[in-house]
Design a protein around this ligand. Structure first.
Ligand code: SF4
Length: 301
C-alpha cells in the first residue's frame, strides 16, 4: 500500500489453543508445560499432505480471525498459566512481524517462545527471530530437493541452512520427518536424513518420525504402516542418534526417552502425557549422565 508492504495477518490469528509442549512435538524442552499456541492464515509452502491445509492454504480474507495483538497474546498466555507461546500450526515465517513482536513481549514477561516451522526462511530474518526464540521444532520433510519441489513447492537447501543456523545460535532444536508411504519412505533416504542430522546437529538432537494420514491432496495414499515408522526409528538409532521418536501413532517404544549411557527408561509418555520422569536436574536418575535438553522447572517425581 503506497509502496509499503503491509501484513494482512498481524494480530489476527485464526487458530488459538493451549497444547502440551509434547504436541509440538518437543520432548526435551521442559516436559509437561502448557503452551499457548497461535497461527495466522497462510504458509510459504504448499505441501500436498498438509494436515492444516484449511488455514495454511487459505487467503487471510477467507477466514474469520481473532483480534489479538501481541500484548493480548501474552496476557492470555499468562492468564492461562502457559510457560511458553508456540507459533505453530501454519507457518510463523509468513506472520514474521507478528511472531517477532509477540516473542519480544513474551520474553520480557518471562514466557518462553517456540517456533514450529518448515524452516523456509532467509538468514537475516531468521537471526532477527532467533533473538527471542528458546526452542524450535523444524520439519525436515526429505533429503531430496526433488521431493521438496514436487510435493511441497519449495527447495531443500534453505531448510538445511535454517537448521544449521538455529543450532549455531544455541536454540534448542528438535526435528520432525513426516514419512509418507511411497513418497519418502525409502530406507536409504531415511538413512541419509538421519546421517545429516547426526553430522550437522549432533547425536543429541531429537528426531521425530511422524505418521502420515491421508489428507488434502494425498487422500489416495494409506496411513504410514507402523513397521515403516518403527524401522526408521531403529535405523536412525543405529546410525547414532540418541533420541529417536515415533509420532502420530501409538507404539510401545516410540515415545520413550532412554538414557544413552545406561539404557534406563527416563521419560514414559502416554500420548502427550508424562507418566513417569526419571530425569533429575537434567541428569539420568540411575547413572547421572547428562541428558540433552532444557529441563528447567521439571519437578522431581
Ligand atoms: S509447511 Fe506445514 S503448514 Fe505449510 S503447507 Fe507444509 S505442512 Fe502445511
Amino acid at each position: 500500500m503506497g509502496g509499503e508492504l503491509i501484513s494482512l495477518v498481524y494480530g489476527r490469528p485464526v487458530a488459538v489453543h493451549i497444547d502440551p509442549v509434547e504436541k509440538k512435538p518437543l520432548f526435551h524442552f521442559i516436559p509437561g508445560i502448557d503452551v499457548f499456541s497461535i497461527a495466522t492464515a497462510g504458509c510459504n509452502l504448499k505441501c500436498e499432505f498438509c494436515q492444516n491445509w484449511e488455514i495454511s492454504q487459505a487467503a487471510p480474507e477467507d477466514l474469520t480471525p481473532y483480534d489479538m495483538p501481541p500484548e493480548v497474546v501474552v496476557e492470555n498466555a499468562l492468564a492461562h498459566g502457559c510457560e511458553a507461546i508456540a507459533y505453530t500450526y501454519t507457518e510463523p515465517v509468513v506472520y514474521f512481524e507478528y511472531t517477532r513482536d509477540c516473542a519480544r513481549l513474551a520474553r520480557e514477561a518471562g514466557i518462553k517462545n517456540i517456533l514450529v516451522t518448515a524452516g523456509y526462511i532467509n538468514r537475516g530474518p531468521l537471526s532477527e527471530l532467533l533473538e527471542y526464540v528458546d526452542a524450535a521444532n523444524v520439519d525436515l520433510k526429505s533429503m531430496s530437493d526433488t521431493y521438496y519441489r514436487n510435493v511441497c513447492g519449495g527447495t531443500l537447501q534453505p531448510v538445511l541452512d535454517t537448521i544449521i543456523q538455529m543450532k549455531e545460535s544455541g536454540t534448542w532444536i528438535e526435528i520432525t520427518n513426516l514419512i509418507v508411504p511411497m513418497l519418502n519412505d525409502d530406507p536409504d533416504e531415511i538413512d541419509s536424513l538421519a546421517r545429516w542430522v547426526l553430522e550437522y546437529t549432533g547425536c543429541d538432537t531429537p528426531l521425530h518420525f511422524s505418521r502420515f494420514f491421508p489428507m488434502y491432496r494425498l487422500t489416495d495414499l494409506p496411513p504410514t504402516p507402523l513397521d515403516i515408522l518403527q524401522g526408521a526409528r531403529e535405523r536412525a538409532s543405529d546410525i547414532g542418534l540418541n533420541y529417536v521418536y515415533v509420532g502420530n501413532a501409538v507404539t510401545s517404544e516410540g515415545t520413550l526417552t532412554k538414557c544413552p549411557e545406561c539404557g534406563e527408561i527416563l521419560v514414559v509418555r502416554h500420548g502427550y502425557m508424562i507418566m513417569e520422569n526419571n530425569i533429575l536436574n537434567g541428569n539420568c536418575r540411575n547413572c547421572s549422565a547428562p541428558i540433552a535438553g532444557v529441563w528447567d522447572g521439571m519437578e522431581e517425581q
